[in-house]
Design a protein around this ligand. Structure first.
Ligand code: ATP
Ligand code: MG
Length: 305
């Protein structure tokens, strides 16, 4: 069965995209899993970490990006020519089993979304706006993925910083979320804010759409050089450990390694481009821990023999 995972943190630049693309590549390349990456950020960082800009430009010209599917979800077009499987790019970077649904710099028109939901709410009675909104949000990403989701072991959704419609819709469609974070005070605040928002999201969806069954798979610490030894950063990490269950924090962290950033130039994640580097080795070990955490959840939820 597929597991859908959102990589999310309201704070920008903490390593969400880097974690998404390296984890996805490790799962496909080293663990032989079938993995789909969805780029939900208009910065298209995940897309450009996995393919050359000129290849992306070609796809965009042919409208083969996520924005085509979002537009269709917003205003269903019976003559629409492409479906999700036409848009997904297979064997990304030559890695069998690694697939990408490319993002777009213009994902959706906020004005159109508000107008459509307002009209739908009016048609359903003016008190229905919140329910109509929650329903749309709860179904948007889920509907897009439904036709292909059984073809994968993992679908990883790379969310934008902040907390926009697509992030909420991704969370609503996911079984788990990953929370990459730097052990810094503002980052800790960001984690607490996100946790609160997810609790609120669950409450508002419970009333309209039914229970959201999403769990934090784990916090992944991204550590700057020497941080491991730093008393201060250890103190901040302890604060996080007080806020979460021990199993909600990955014991494997990711070191800052310039090769991780440099790999983007080769349109490949570091684990493919430079597998012998410190950063790559950390991602490989993190992937093993990721699979153990997923297996633990699956065994807890599987019916007893
Ligand atoms: N372990 C690492 N070592 C070195 N550089 C890293 C590492 N992780 C991320 N970076 C670099 O830090 C920058 C931010 O990382 P990334 O884009 O993954 O963060 P993000 O949380 O997705 O950002 P945004 O919020 O803008 O989407 C990038 O330039 C990336 O190459
Ligand atoms: Mg990003």
């Amino acid at each position: 069965m597929v597991s859908i995972i959102s990589t999310v943190n309201m704070k920008g630049g903490v390593g969400k995209t880097t974690l998404t693309v390296n984890l996805a590549t490790c799962l496909a390349q080293y663990q032989r899993k079938r993995v789909l990456v969805l780029d939900l950020d208009a910065q298209i960082s995940a897309t450009l970490s996995l393919m050359a800009p000129q290849d992306f430009a070609q796809l965009r010209k042919k409208r083969r990006t996520l924005s085509y599917l979002l537009e269709n979800a917003l205003q269903p077009n019976p003559y629409s020519k492409l479906d999700i499987s036409d848009i997904i790019c297979p064997a990304i970077g030559g890695v069998e089993g690694l697939e990408l649904l490319p993002g777009d710099i213009e994902l959706y028109d906020e004005y159109l979304v508000s107008e459509k939901l307002h009209q739908d709410a009016q048609a359903a009675g003016s008190l229905e706006f919140e329910r109509v909104w929650n329903q749309f949000e709860g179904r948007l990403i889920r509907q897009i993925l439904e036709p292909v989701q059984d073809e994968y072991d993992f679908i990883i959704l790379d969310c934008a910083p902040g907390y926009n419609l697509l992030t909420r819709s991704a969370i609503a469609a996911s079984d788990f979320y990953l929370l990459p974070a730097r052990p810094e005070p503002l980052s800790v605040v960001g984690m607490q804010l996100l946790e609160r928002r997810i609790i609120k999201l669950k409450e508002s969806h419970r009333a309209s759409e039914g229970e959201l069954n999403i769990n934090l798979l784990g916090v992944v610490f991204i550590l700057s050089g020497g941080n491991l030894l730093s008393r201060y950063y250890n103190q901040v990490m302890r604060r996080v450990q007080n806020d979460f269950q021990p199993e909600q924090i990955f014991s494997q962290s990711i070191p800052m390694d310039v090769n991780v950033a440099k790999a983007v130039d080769s349109f490949m994640p570091v684990v493919s481009a430079m597998p012998q580097t410190q950063g790559s080795k950390a991602f490989v070990k993190l992937t093993e821990e990721f699979l153990q955490k997923i297996a633990r959840y699956q065994s807890l939820n599987s019916p007893r023999q």
